[in-house]
Design a protein around this ligand. Sequence first.
Ligand code: IMP
Ligand code: MG
Length: 176
Amino acid sequence: MKEHVDVLLSNEVIAKRLDEMAAEINAKYAGEQVELVCALKGAVMVLVELSKRLTMPVTLNFMDVSSYGNSMESSGNIKVLYDLDEDIAGKNVLLVEDIIDSGRTLSHLREMLMKRNPKTFTLFTLLDKPDRRVVEVPVDFVGFVIPDAFVVGYGLDYQQRYRNLDYVGVMSFIEE
Ligand code: IMP
Ligand code: MG
């Protein structure tokens, strides 16, 4: 089977949308410091591109969580592989995600971070696949609502590859 990727959101389209969203975030937090939290690895490219557009004082923090179990679907029981290296108590936390699918992982991650008493907690995602939602999660900033397809690029992977594409594409498999 040959792997094939069709462009869904070009780099130009994503860049324009990030400009709009950054303007909203800049207005919302004017004069305040924001702690950007990136869920590795998928959200790395979004974090970098978004952060370059923000005008308030910003810090970057990373964490890596994995779902227990080995099925294609995330179980949502998360294990922390790498934790934030700073306390978020009393801070404006903006969690940056690449995509929200079932919402299971995110809902556990949100619960975990909320227990650390941030001043505010806001959720940002580049992509949202609402058709797949199993657990409701309140999302404050959504870049694009997309149909239920498997997408790669702009941080998203298929078997760890394609994360470096500067666009989001729909993955398909063609018989050779
Ligand atoms: P969930 O919301 O707990 O189901 O898991 C979301 C995670 O699954 C994302 O952070 C991605 O790592 C991965 N994921 C979901 N949909 C896709 C996709 O279309 N392409 C690549 N990864 C995906
Ligand atoms: Mg992710």
